[in-house]
Design a protein around this ligand. Structure first.
Ligand code: HSE
Length: 406
């Protein structure tokens, strides 16, 4: 199998490295040797091991019939979309780590691959090195998926962990995550929840077999979470995590990315640092959880290479993936229900009690060492009901909770 790599950035160079390091066992598992014939990049890499394979024209790869599989690690929609589509139409399998591309055009690209009896594979687009796409497509096909909840952004989980464990500032933790190569080129995509939103669009589309549009997902990032919130979280025995959640509640579907407080009874509680994890609830299986390195060069590249091996093993046959281009109608996020942790000025305690009714508080601010505030936990309520009540008091901050006092 001769392959080409589009984009020699962090992941693309990782793919070349994994193929080099594990070449012998990869050949055994794939049934044949996998060699990189071309690397496409605009830049020059003098003295590097890919110097002789480097090309600057996509057409060199597209027109070479010897290339059976193309790895796309450029990121972004264009020109990645045009290149990937052309490769598939020319009968080349494609393996990609590009979540923006998969979230937007996954259904169409899968359909082309099906017609051409080749494969469009994207294990690395969600959860980096964690197997989640293949399990959803192959191992969990007997299940009705009731809920899929993931910590799917390494950068934000790294930041929240540093803030929780070391009292680090948001800025310092973000800088570290960027230095370690976890963050997106524009870290706004990480901290505003958009990267997690794209991954959720993919997970929810695969879970429900229909198109979930990124644009329809309600997203809140972590920029409003402060060190004071973490003081309260500690008292509550909670962690604050950016959760990407897809849920089916009766006949309604919800998809949201929001920071939430979770307690030790939640399996995602101990997912720390750059690690990612995805918890799937099936109607007959119950809970199953996937955990591992969700970002970074080699873990992500490992998942891409596993796809290349799969594409090689399945040469001439399409691995069925159910993802129709028909749009799944998501319900308004304002109907979604959760509990809320709320902070108001101390002077508004009586008002807050009156507005929210029965609340759980156990002297939270005193225990957290926060002066001048009244903090409490609400019962389970819809976002809409919460907003109506919150408008009547001065909410300093509020964070949804996964557990609720019934
Ligand atoms: N910026 C992403 C993250 C990279 O932090 O998880 C992996 O998709």
């Amino acid at each position: 199998m001769k392959i080409a790599v589009l984009g020699y950035g962090t992941i693309g160079s990782g793919v070349v490295e994994v193929l080099e390091r594990n070449g012998e066992s990869i050949a055994k598992r794939a049934g044949e040797e996998i060699t990189v014939k071309y690397v496409l990049d605009l830049r020059e890499f003098p003295g590097s091991p890919i110097e002789d394979m480097l090309v600057h024209e996509f057409s060199t790869i597209a027109e070479d019939e010897e290339v059976g599989c193309v790895v796309e690690t450029m990121g972004g929609i264009e020109p990645a979309y045009s290149y990937v589509k052309e490769c598939l139409l020319r009968g080349k399998s494609v393996c990609t780590s590009n979540k923006a591309l998969v979230a937007k055009h996954g259904a169409e690209l899968l359909e082309i691959a099906r017609q051409k009896k080749i494969n469009f594979l994207f294990e690395a687009s969600v959860g980096g090195g964690i197997p989640i796409i293949r399990p959803l497509n192959q191992s969990l096909t007997s299940e009705e998926i009731l809920e899929i909840t993931g910590i799917v952004n390494g950068t934000t989980n790294y930041i929240l962990t540093k803030m929780s464990q070391e009292g680090a500032t948001f800025e310092a933790a973000l800088k570290e995550a960027q230095d370690l190569g976890y963050a997106e080129r524009n870290p706004e995509a990480d901290v505003e929840g958009h990267d997690a939103g794209r991954k959720l669009a993919i997970l929810a589309s695969l879970s429900y077999g229909m198109q979930v549009d990124f644009e329809d997902i309600y997203m809140e990032g972590i920029t409003k979470i402060t060190d004071t919130d973490f003081k309260y979280a500690e008292v509550l025995g909670a962690e604050i995590k950016l959760l990407a959640q897809g849920k089916k509640v009766e006949d309604k579907f919800y998809a949201m990315v929001t920071p939430k407080m979770i307690r030790e009874d939640n399996p995602l509680y101990s997912v720390r640092g750059v690690f990612n994890s995805i918890l799937v609830k099936g109607n007959t299986l119950g809970d199953v959880m996937f955990y591992g390195s969700g970002a970074g060069k080699l873990p992500t590249a490992s998942a891409v290479v596993a796809d290349v091996i799969d594409a090689t093993k399945h040469w001439g046959t399409n691995i069925t993936t159910i993802w129709s281009s028909k749009k799944l109608a998501l319900s308004d996020h304002k109907e979604a229900e959760s509990g809320f942790f709320v902070r108001v000025p101390e002077a508004e305690e009586a008002k807050a009690r009156e507005v929210f009714g029965e609340v759980e508080e156990v002297k939270l601010s005193a225990a957290a060492g926060v002066v001048g505030e009244f903090a409490f936990l609400t019962k389970k309520m819809s976002e809409k009901a919460f907003e109506e009540k919150a408008a009547k008091v001065t909410v300093l901050n509020r964070i949804r909770t996964e557990w609720t006092a019934e």
